[in-house]
Design a protein. Sequence first.
Length: 284
Amino acid sequence: MQKRPYGNTGEMLSIIGFGGIVVKDADTDESSRLVSEAIDRGINYFDVAPRYGNAQEKLGPALEPYRNDVFLACKTRERDAVNAERELHDSLKKLRTDHFDLYQMHSMTTDADVDEVLGPGGALETFVKAREQGLVRFLGFSAHSVEAASRLLDAFEFNSVLFPLNWVNYFEGDFGPQVVDLAEQKGVARLALKAAAKAQLPDRNVRTHEKCWYEPIVDRDLMSLAVRFTLSQAITAAVPPGDSDLWRMMAEVGEDFTPITKDEIQTLKNEAKSNTPIFVHPVA
């Protein structure tokens, strides 16, 4: 698996990551097998969060034998300092580690989210304190809006942003390139979500894949084009869907990655027209 620099930190991450949600509700043997397979494929970037059910409890023991050789990222959706600190320590315990390589504000979306984490008593205070204490090495956030991501990038020197970078979003929703460009200008590493998403579901409660709230790509040829499109952007790595079969398909694309061509981009643009983007950047 090819590796790319994580910003200017000196860390090198596999271009395909492993989302901890893959092992959510898996038994001990299955969790260990999936993590072992990821390691064998050359994956060293693992990402998890408390909101992924029991994923932390499952990933911790499975990842423990490899902990010193991987880059482990975790998140919190707590916006205030007190609860963010509580959740940080809880996550460290469940994941059986004394530190996270990357700690992220999870799903930053609204102005209220940004105002709270940056304000007095906000989660950013806990993040900075945790870095000073050696509990986390690098700081970042994930975001589901261009506006929230842009405000955070302007307000603080984060190490990375985790953001949906998806072919349908790019071509039909004008959503994503703004964040990539701004983060690149500021020297902030870019990590990608939702590369393998195809379209919105008519009803999120009626899912084709239990761990995907959107319609994922299941066709191998389209999966290859979509993932190669995302990996051809100015990013470090992409985190696959939580479904184990889809994770495996995306990992296989990463193992044989080649940059996408102009003709292939046109194919994706044509295909995107028949799909509804899961995120859209509103016109001013």
